[in-house]
Write a protein that binds this ligand. Structure first.
Ligand code: GCV
Length: 649
């Protein structure tokens, strides 16, 4: 199967020059930065020859100078561009590559060589993608086809992998976890000799593009690989096995950055089975890989998934904080705790995870989900960047010099939305999530409007009608999705297991701790101090806001409180009227987006157009189901009619 070049499909410039000279030290001639310039120039100025250095520099030449300046940080770069010469300086080869991509982006957006200056270094030091790929080629929560890393239980390196590395470097991704956090079947052998060579090769490819390779090891590997009868992190034989294995593995795989671990969660093995803590487990691994500069990323997604729905005291939202807060300060310095953006599980609306700001002596990473598990599965357009930005800018109200999430975390990860589909992300428009994610981590000052514009123009070219329509769709899509699906932060009204489409009670009488408690009188979960107490996990100023019905923001009301349908929101509407209105409006917005898309026929290539048409048809079908089922559900429960007399079935 072929693949598209996404935003790296360099188009011809309005330029007739015959020669592009790349001037750099001899040692940079084999670098990815040099190679990228050659690839790009061949498409952008196809009549020109590309040469390394040259005595001749005339009106028919464009000169690109690349230098490494040790006084710049590794990933930092400076660009001074004019219509005839561009100088790119950076702190390392990776920094140069970032500078080259920035120069190419600006040139592509301008359609010609132009004058500009740029100075940049990443806002976030760790910028990761977590792939949930299985060794057999399936992808957990994958909506874009099969894995392109694992084919027939082997790790593949091919043209697509190279394109992937280029794409990721172009948006500044510097760490990639290639396998699922649920370590199953053959993936349990990733640390064995069987995978060593292919992992080493993939690591080498990634290194060329400034990307560290990470894997999810099987925490129970001392048992599954070595045959010990325990994986207890304090057992001497277990420690010895990890030390020896990591020495071998890191010795072979030079660019291995470390491990991502999901422990004691949803059936995955972990230290708690042996009466040990998460800190015991994480530190044991961290010590085994410390000599090689490795880090352990340990997930905080830990909760009881065998809950009894009748039990109203246990609240899944509380679990992550309860499991980790007492361990603050106990993790080694090469351990990073990775918490999801919200306390439950990537719903379209959740409050920000309460561990951010509370774990004052622990390295924290925030985890987002690009794979649209709960947000339309890449059949619905749902551009998540406004949500990511809002979360990163959120004030935790903890007593810190800068209390925003973006300043608290040491890095960001996201569950990848890619697969082996032609356009990488199943839906052509879903690639905008991947692009926006990487770019935002590199430069947190970019606005949503700028990010939408950049991606749209790099992907579709400069037709103003296309840019305007696609931007309007992207920028409005997340709110539309929230409107026609789950109201006011309640979450989980989707079909169990596959998490697609409406099922208001699908998760109500189940073991997952995901309830809306809707009945004829009221809806929502009381998580205030007098309820489950979840609101108290926040810093006092926020706890007060979330815990008080009269102060709680509308969009989170049902996450924190149980209220009657006639409760009046800050917006002035009652809860029930808000539900009806948003569901009608959300569907109408989806219809409008589909119309905008159909208006682009002939202006974008047929494959892309058709891909969008198919997906919008499904989005509309499903959005209508959401609208009608959710409205009907609440109408039947509450017995309250829509003020505007619209049809509720
Ligand atoms: C990888 C949710 C998803 C699971 C996923 C899990 C996690 O529960 O439905 O598929 O497992 O989150 O993040 O570990």
């Amino acid at each position: 199967m072929g693949f598209s070049k996404l935003w790296l499909d360099y188009r011809k410039l309005a330029d007739t020059r015959r020669r592009v000279i790349i001037s750099c030290d001899h040692s940079l001639k084999d670098s990815a930065a040099f190679e990228e310039l050659k690839i790009a120039m061949a498409s952008m100025v196809p009549e020109a020859i590309v040469v390394w250095k040259s005595e001749v520099f005339d009106d028919d030449s464009y000169l690109i100078v690349m230098t490494i300046h040790p006084e710049l940080a590794e990933e930092e770069y400076d660009i001074a561009a004019s219509e005839n010469i561009t100088e790119i300086c950076a702190g390392s080869e990776t920094g140069l590559l970032y500078g080259v991509f920035a120069f190419l982006r600006q040139t592509a957006l301008s359609g010609k060589f132009c004058s500009f200056t740029a100075h940049s270094k990443p806002s976030q030091p760790i910028r990761m993608l977590n792939h949930w790929d299985e060794a057999d080629g399936d992808i957990e929560r994958g909506y874009s086809g099969k894995s392109f890393f694992f084919i027939n239980e082997e790790l593949e390196i091919n043209e697509r992998t190279v394109m992937y590395a280029r794409l990721m470097a172009s948006i500044g991704i510097n760490g990639v976890v290639i396998n699922n956090v649920n370590v199953r079947r053959k993936a349990k052998l990733l640390l064995s000799i069987e995978f060593a060579e292919s992992l080493a090769n993939l690591g080498e490819l990634f290194a060329r593009y400034g990307i560290k390779l990470f894997i999810c090891p099987d925490f129970a590997a001392p048992k599954t690989i070595c045959g010990l009868d325990t994986a207890d992190p304090l057992d001497e034989n277990v420690i010895e096995w990890w030390n020896t294995t990591c020495a071998l593995v890191f010795g072979k795989i030079k660019n291995l950055g470390g491990f991502l671990v999901k422990a004691d969660s949803e059936g995955e093995p972990g230290p708690m089975a042996y009466g040990r803590t998460h800190a015991d487990g994480a530190n044991m691994l961290a010590r085994a890989i410390k000599p090689y500069g490795g880090i352990v990323i340990w997930r905080c997604f830990v909760y009881n998934c065998t809950q009894d729905w009748r039990d109203k005291k246990t609240d899944r939202a509380c679990a992550s904080y309860e499991n980790f807060i007492g361990l603050d300060g106990q993790f080694d310095d090469n351990v990073y705790l990775q918490a999801k953006n919200g306390p439950v599980d990537f719903q379209i609306r959740e409050p920000v995870h309460p561990l951010f700001g509370a774990m004052k002596n622990t390295n924290m990473i925030i985890e987002f989900q690009l794979a649209q598990e709960y947000t339309g599965q890449q059949k619905h357009v749902c551009w998540l960047i406004p949500m990511f930005k809002e979360i990163m800018e959120h004030h935790t109200c903890h007593d810190l010099p800068d209390d925003r999430v973006s300043r608290i975390v040491r890095g960001v990860a996201a569950v990848a939305n890619t697969g082996d589909s032609y356009c990488w992300t199943g839906s052509e428009l879903a690639a905008a999530n991947l692009y926006g994610y990487g770019r935002l981590l590199f430069d947190e000052n970019l606005t949503c409007d700028e990010l939408a514009e950049e991606w749209t123009r790099l992907t579709f070219g400069d037709d103003e009608k296309v840019t305007a329509a696609v931007k309007e769709i992207l920028l409005g899509s997340k709110q539309a999705y929230e409107d026609y699906t789950v109201p006011l932060g309640i979450g989980w009204m989707c079909h169990p297991n596959d998490h697609y489409g409406p099922s208001p009670w699908g998760y109500e009488f189940d073991r997952w701790g995901t309830y809306n408690r809707a009945d004829r009188d009221a809806v929502g979960v009381d998580r205030s101090a007098s309820g489950s107490g979840y609101s108290e996990q926040y810093a006092p100023a926020l706890a007060e806001v979330y815990g008080d019905i009269s102060k709680c923001p509308d969009e989170l009301l049902l996450f924190f409180h149980r209220v009657p349908y006639t409760h009046r929101l800050h917006s002035g509407k009652t809860v029930i009227q808000h539900i009806y209105d948003t569901h009608f409006e959300g569907y109408a917005k989806a219809e409008h987006f589909a119309e905008l898309w159909h208006g682009l026929e002939g202006k974008i290539d047929d494959r892309t157009f058709k891909n969008g048409c198919e997906r919008f048809a499904e989005q509309l079908r499903c959005a209508k189901e959401w609208r009608d089922i959710i409205n009907c559900f609440f109408h039947r429960l509450s017995g309250i009619d829509d003020e505007n007399g619209r049809e509720i079935y």
